[in-house]
Ligand binder design. Structure first.
Ligand code: GLA
Length: 390
């Protein structure tokens, strides 16, 4: 079983510094590191004022930054061949496109909340798989935000991180045009090593949840199916629209206030199933937190499986590849497995006994080959720390 390496922060920070020097002929002043994430449970609940429970990956984006006095912005990525060059006046809804949107969008949003962003040179490098539903975009946004804030003389206090969550979200929603509910940015900025982050989108609270997986002889295996089915954005937006329709029809302020008894008051079967997913998924997050606190790991696994079924049947955001990961993992001794992230492709997360992890990974690779799917990517992440300066 071949795992996708997260690299070590010191090595990756040195490498992005070297790359910056190569490209721009000077040393960067600051390097920010921000992780991707895998959500344990609580999918499509963030924009419904619900609960979710993500962990930060050791896989992260590293952003090297140097301020300029002339208002020019130059952006480079180790994962792309092009350089984007412009000024803040060239940044706004819909432009630039592609990866520069996430970088330039953050500069634009920071300027809008009062950071005097002059010109800046930026080089990013990342070990977060792209397009895998593991928040490579939030990792870019948060790493750039951290590096720029530090270059301007600020430090990453809780108050500053609090301000960076909506700024990074605006880069994604308004500039890149990709809707997001805020889970990804919150965990990238606030995660702690060895813990999951319980996010409550009704009262805005964040609770660190300890995850003694190793002590229990368990590990996560994350499987990137490397498929992204068409209409991803449309699919996400239409799920949100169904939720909004239900909220209006039920006369409540969010689906956090809905109960299963409300289902009878909805006239459309599809909307009813969407609401059933959201209501039961929020309950499952609470149950996973309680089960983890008692070391009831098989119960956590069972809740993963129930969550997957709900996303497959009620929210309809799974796909054959994700279902195959879950089935194969369970057949080879996993405690539980579910698709994770926005859906329509991307990744699944498996809760596995450490001594079965290899067998499960190999079985999934073999099952993909047998089904003539492309080779999946495998990660076995330990819950890692959020944003930092390197
Ligand atoms: C994407 C979004 C998140 C969240 C998940 C689904 O990752 O960016 O805000 O809605 O989908 O849970």
């Amino acid at each position: 079983m071949q795992l996708i390496d997260a690299g070590t922060p010191a090595t990756l920070a040195a490498s992005v510094r070297a790359r910056f020097h190569e490209v721009f002929g000077e040393e960067p002043t600051t390097v920010g590191r921000a992780p991707g994430r895998v959500n344990l449970i609580g999918e499509h609940t963030d924009y419904n004022a619900g609960l979710c429970l993500p962990v930060a990956l050791p896989h992260a984006t590293y952003a090297a930054v140097r301020l300029r006095e002339d208002g020019v912005i130059r952006l480079r990525s180790a994962q792309a061949d092009d350089t984007w060059e412009g000024t803040l006046a060239d940044v706004g809804p819909g432009h630039p496109r592609g990866w520069p949107a996430y970088v330039a969008g953050v500069l634009w949003a920071l300027a809008d909340v009062g950071y005097a962003v002059p010109g800046v040179d930026v080089v990013i490098d990342s070990t977060v798989p792209v397009g895998a539903g593991l928040s490579s975009s939030a990792a870019i946004e948060c790493s750039v935000a951290a590096a720029v804030v530090a270059a301007l003389g600020g430090s990453l206090t809780d108050e500053v991180r609090e301000l960076l969550v909506p700024a990074c979200m605006r880069a994604e929603i308004e500039v890149a045009g990709a809707p997001t509910g805020g889970m990804d940015q919150a965990v990238s900025l606030f995660a702690q090593e060895g813990r999951a982050l319980l996010l409550d989108f009704q009262d805005g609270s964040r609770t660190q949840v300890s995850l003694p997986l190793h002590e229990a002889g368990l590990a996560f295996l994350v499987v990137d199916t490397r498929v992204s089915h068409a209409l991803v954005d449309g699919g996400y937006a239409s799920r949100r629209a169904d939720c909004e329709r239900a909220v209006a029809q039920l006369g409540i302020s969010s689906l956090r206030d809905a109960t299963l008894a409300d289902l009878d008051r909805l006239d459309d079967d599809r909307v009813r199933r969407r609401v059933r997913h959201v209501v039961t998924e929020i309950e499952r997050v609470e149950e996973v937190v309680a089960a983890a606190a008692h070391g009831s790991w098989q119960r956590v696994g069972d809740l993963f499986v129930a969550s997957h079924a709900s996303m497959r049947d009620d929210y309809e955001i799974s796909c054959e590849e994700l279902d195959l990961v879950v089935e194969t993992a369970l057949a080879h001794g996993a405690l539980g497995a579910r698709m994770t992230g926005g859906g329509f492709g991307g990744s699944a997360i498996v809760l596995a006994p450490v001594d079965r992890r290899e067998e499960i990974g190999d079985a999934i690779v073999a099952a993909f080959a047998a089904a003539s799917y492309g080779e999946p990517g495998l990660l076995s992440p330990d819950p890692s720390a959020g944003v930092s300066l390197e």
